[in-house]
Design a protein around this ligand. Structure first.
Ligand code: NAD
Length: 494
């Protein structure tokens, strides 16, 4: 990866996009479109199709027809495996172009996007290609005159709704296991970042995925997302995004066909630093990266830093120094460490949280304001507030931006109470040299992920899912496959 190849790819115009239904790119009803604004410079990059409920109907019908035909759902696992491997290969071949397209769409710095987007998506397709013929049914331990067989069957049509922060990575977390299990999929990307997922659908078709097995409907969440959520012929809904929309999906299910709903939601993840952390300087660097990479637009971001009082002042100063040193700017520059905020709306939201933190008595140590407005893009300085008490808004609500709340604690019990003191339970970390304490903290923190002496970097071999209001179900690992299968018992009298 070199800067000149990135620059060449970034100079290419991006043509208007359609929907991807039945293996073809098609216009939305009435040719409705939405502009795509790049957060790099605030300019319109291209147009995407704005799907209506009628378009969603067509996409679901196409997915259902493909499923019922058996062309994929009843294909030999070895055949499905070949296609998923080909998709992984193709993503790898096109990795830089995909990464650049995604960065132009959502503003993630390219150094992170290349690994987190095509890198991760290729790995996910490969993981489920390998997994699909190793997950087997069961023969139950019944009485000898009965045979109890437990079959695992694809569920049918999966509706997948994903956010803008890592569209390709999160899209692959849903699409790859759903396809591996034999389902058909209708994917609804975020209206803020759809481009890489539209290209992924074409790649899948080029690699031999039969028509109709993967369909993509772009457009507004409140229209096409709602239509997908309410659709009576969607069997499972998988979602990554905000808690507010997650709640709506549960309602859609209740109001329609009681489809299963799996939610990966937000977090306010605690990063707990004890005075006996192995290396405070290193902990400060990793903690800063754990909140400021992708400008904090990371579901598992360590947005609450809880620090043992004896090292609190020193550690807060180190993290603030890391924040000030961070290179924020054009996300297409290979040396940039934090790119743009995905949209002006999101930037205004971040500013709102900063204003509130000032009002409520937080002590600003770094950042606190919009920067680089002369570029026309949406950039915000990595921001650190100290002395944020647990009742303040910044301790309780997810910003989804580059804003860190620092709070001192006195005892391990205090740390656990504070760590568990929000409605969320997505990610967390503990920094300590004391092995017993590390294990105690892993047990005591109520979250789907507890890092010890690091932050971030978990791979496909382990599940990611939230506790409490951070969601239900899991992406990644063999556990994710459970969302995409029905168990069926055959009870056979011998
Ligand atoms: P969002 O909830 O606004 O949107 C997510 C998706 O839902 C988009 O595709 C959107 O179009 C769609 N949508 C919006 N309104 C809808 C409606 N009424 N009906 C159906 N669909 C609708 O989330 P976002 O702003 O795109 O992403 C940020 C959120 O995602 C944060 O809360 C973040 O923590 C969360 N997130 C969680 C994870 C995880 O793995 N737990 C990962 C990434 C992001």
């Amino acid at each position: 990866m070199d800067q000149s190849s990135i620059d060449a790819l970034a100079a290419a115009p991006v043509g208007p996009q359609g929907l991807f239904i039945g293996g073809k790119t098609v216009l939305a009803t009435g040719s409705a479109t939405l502009p795509v604004t790049s957060p790099i410079d605030g300019r319109v990059l291209t147009l995407i199709a704005d799907a209506s409920a009628v378009d969603v109907d067509l996409a679901v019908a196409s997915a259902r027809a493909a499923f019922d035909s058996g062309v994929w759902s009843r294909a030999a696992p070895a055949e499905r495996k070949k296609v998923l491997h080909r998709i992984a290969d193709a993503i790898e071949r096109e990795a830089l172009a995909l990464a650049v397209l995604g960065v132009r769409d959502n503003g993630t710095e390219i150094s992170m996007a290349i690994k987190a987007e095509p890198g991760s998506a290729a790995g996910t397709f490969r993981y489920y290609a390998e997994a699909l013929d190793k997950v087997v049914g069961e023969i139950a331990p019944t009485a000898p005159n009965v045979l109890g067989l437990v079959h695992r069957e694809p569920v049918g049509v999966v509706g997948a709704i994903v956010p803008w922060n890592f569209p390709l990575m999160i899209g692959a977390w849903k699409i790859a296991p759903a396809l591996a299990a034999g389902n058909s999929v209708v994917l609804k990307p975020s209206e803020i970042a759809s481009l890489t997922l539209l290209r992924l659908a074409e790649i899948c078709a080029e690699c031999g995925l039969p028509d109709g097995v993967l369909n993509v409907v772009t457009g507004m969440g409140a229209v096409s997302g709602e239509a997908l959520g309410l659709h009576a012929d969607v069997d499972v809904l998988v979602f990554t995004g905000s808690g507010g929309v997650g709640r709506r999906l549960l309602e859609y299910s209740a109001r329609s066909n009681l489809k299963r709903v799996y939610l990966e939601l937000g977090g306010k993840s605690p990063n707990v630093v004890f005075a006996d952390a192995p290396d405070l300087r290193q902990a400060a660097k990793v903690s800063a990266a754990g909140i400021f990479r992708n400008s904090g637009q990371v579901c598992v971001a360590g947005s609450r830093l809880l620090v043992e009082r004896s090292v609190h002042e020193e550690f807060a100063a180190m993290v603030a120094e890391e924040a000030r040193k961070m290179k924020v700017g054009n996300p297409l520059d290979l040396t940039t460490q934090a790119g743009a905020i995905s949209s002006e709306m999101q930037l205004a939201r971040v500013q709102g949280f900063v204003d509130k933190a000032h009002e409520e008595g937080g002590a600003l140590l770094a950042g606190g304001a919009r920067i680089l407005s002369e570029t026309g893009g949406s950039y915000f300085a990595p921001t650190v507030f100290d002395h944020v008490t647990p009742d303040m808004t910044l301790s309780r609500e997810e910003v989804f931006g580059p804003v860190l709340a620092v709070t001192p604690f006195d005892t391990e019990e205090d740390a656990v109470r504070m760590a568990n003191g929000t409605e969320y339970g997505l990610s967390s970390a503990v920094w300590t040299s004391n092995l017993s304490r590390a294990h105690r903290m892993v047990g005591a923190i109520n979250a789907g992920l507890v890092h010890v002496n690091t932050y971030g970097g978990a791979d496909n071999t382990v599940p990611l899912g939230g506790h409490r209001q951070s969601g239900n179900g899991h992406d990644k690992s063999l556990h994710a496959l459970d969302k995409y299968v029905n168990l069926k018992t055959a009870w056979i009298q011998l």
